[in-house]
Write a protein that binds this ligand. Structure first.
Ligand code: NAG
Ligand code: NAG
Ligand code: NAG
Length: 147
């Protein structure tokens, strides 16, 4: 009676993928958040005058189509981010958004990423903005959040 077991595992896996909001895998392309993963909580240095940026990691068979994204602050203001392209051999891609860290405020932020398939992926995370002395480390989670 092996078959029913296999079926149940497949169904459970399908539900898990949906819950993780990982739409993914156009033509075998996998992706993951390197930082600012969905449901994460992070500290941001209020004295940093660089622009906010985030990283995504791609693997597998990815097309090199440009992927656009925007950042949304706790008040629903939107900021454009540079588009990324998961070209082969460059697995980690950085996207930079039009807001410096010192202009950011604590609260719930979101990144909306539009995949070439026109699926929009959302990463929702909580930021605490503080002075450098209080910012000790960047938490990295391994939650699947794509790309
Ligand atoms: C990679 O993806 C493209 C289009 O998405 C597809 O045509 C091609 O067969 C895939 N290659 C492999 C090795 O899976
Ligand atoms: C931040 O982004 C703006 C708009 O794209 C750009 O003009 C500025 O040079 C960037 N700042 C830094 C520190 O890269
Ligand atoms: C995605 O949307 C754009 C603009 O609406 C359209 O031109 C394009 O064909 C769509 N791509 C796919 C894969 O559906």
């Amino acid at each position: 009676m092996l078959l029913p077991t296999i079926f149940l595992v497949a169904v459970a896996w399908g539900r898990l993928s949906l819950a993780a909001r990982d739409p993914v895998h156009d033509g075998g392309c996998q992706c993951a958040a390197v930082d600012y993963a969905d449901a994460g909580s992070y500290l941001v240095d209020a004295n940093n005058d660089g622009n906010f940026s985030y990283a995504s990691e791609f693997s597998g068979n990815c097309s090199d189509a440009a992927i656009a994204s925007i950042l949304k602050d706790p008040d629903d203001n939107e900021y454009d981010c540079t588009s990324i392209s998961p070209s082969p051999g460059q697995s980690v891609q950085i996207s930079e958004c039009d807001i410096p860290y010192y202009d950011m405020k604590s609260g719930t932020w979101q990144i909306f990423i539009k995949l070439p398939s026109n699926i929009t992926v959302t990463r929702t995370f909580f930021l605490t903005v503080g002075a450098a002395s209080t910012v000790v480390t960047t938490v990295r989670t391994h939650l699947p959040s794509c790309p």
